[in-house]
Design a binder for this molecule. Structure first.
Ligand code: COA
Length: 168
């Protein structure tokens, strides 16, 4: 792993929190004018990468996306709001949480659509993983997410091991 002391300084969660907004257009939707799940997954990946890039100040690749639920349909004309936040850094990997909201400015409504946890790995120009600065949770909510991310990492590692064994 390569090290750069400036890049290894711990940084607070708030420094890399990101928001991305999209208006759903016909090309994003199925014949019933509902947003395609795949398009939302792409936006979630982008929103998550923004926080991971900002925190690591490096290239990152998506290593894994946890389970995704779509709670409510989103339609053409709706405004989709994606908020991302670094939950925890391990060594070269970063867990980012992305929460998605849909706002309908005609109906004056705002609903929670989806939440996702993504793991990004910081890499150098050759695609080799590199270490990332620790993240500093400052609020009670951020500390809860930090602790939960540790538990999710253990589950993820066990699952990954199980899948690797099945492949071989
Ligand atoms: C992610 C990738 C760089 C890891 O490769 P690697 O460095 O050889 O993997 P290692 O086993 O040494 O693990 C390095 C880190 O990645 C994490 N990691 C690797 N695979 C992971 C997975 N499937 N899920 C979660 N974390 C993973 C490890 O836990 C480790 O984290 P740590 O440094 O914080 O402890 C490599 O698998 C890759 O390039 N994958 C393709 C990524 C990509 O193209 N994504 C776009 C979608 S196609």
């Amino acid at each position: 792993m390569s090290q750069n002391n400036d890049l290894q300084m711990p940084r607070p969660v708030r420094d890399s929190q990101s928001e991305m907004n999209e208006i759903v257009l016909p090309n994003d939707a199925n014949p019933l004018s509902a947003l395609l799940g795949g398009r939302l997954m792409h936006w979630i990946d982008m929103a998550g990468a923004m926080a991971a890039h900002r925190h690591s100040r490096n290239y990152v690749v998506t290593a894994a996306i946890d389970h995704l639920d779509f709670w409510v349909p989103v339609h053409v004309g709706d405004l989709v709001i994606l908020r991302s936040s670094v939950n925890r850094v391990f060594h070269s990997s970063i867990e980012v949480g992305v929460k998605v909201w849909v706002e309908n400015y005609i109906a004056d409504s705002c609903e929670h659509v989806s939440s996702a946890y993504l793991t990004f790995v910081a890499v150098d120009g050759k695609g080799h993983h590199v270490s990332v600065a620790p993240v500093v949770p400052e609020t009670e909510e951020q500390r809860r997410r930090y602790d939960d991310a540790g538990r999710r990492r253990e589950i993820r590692r066990a699952e990954l091991e199980r899948r690797k064994n099945r492949r071989s």
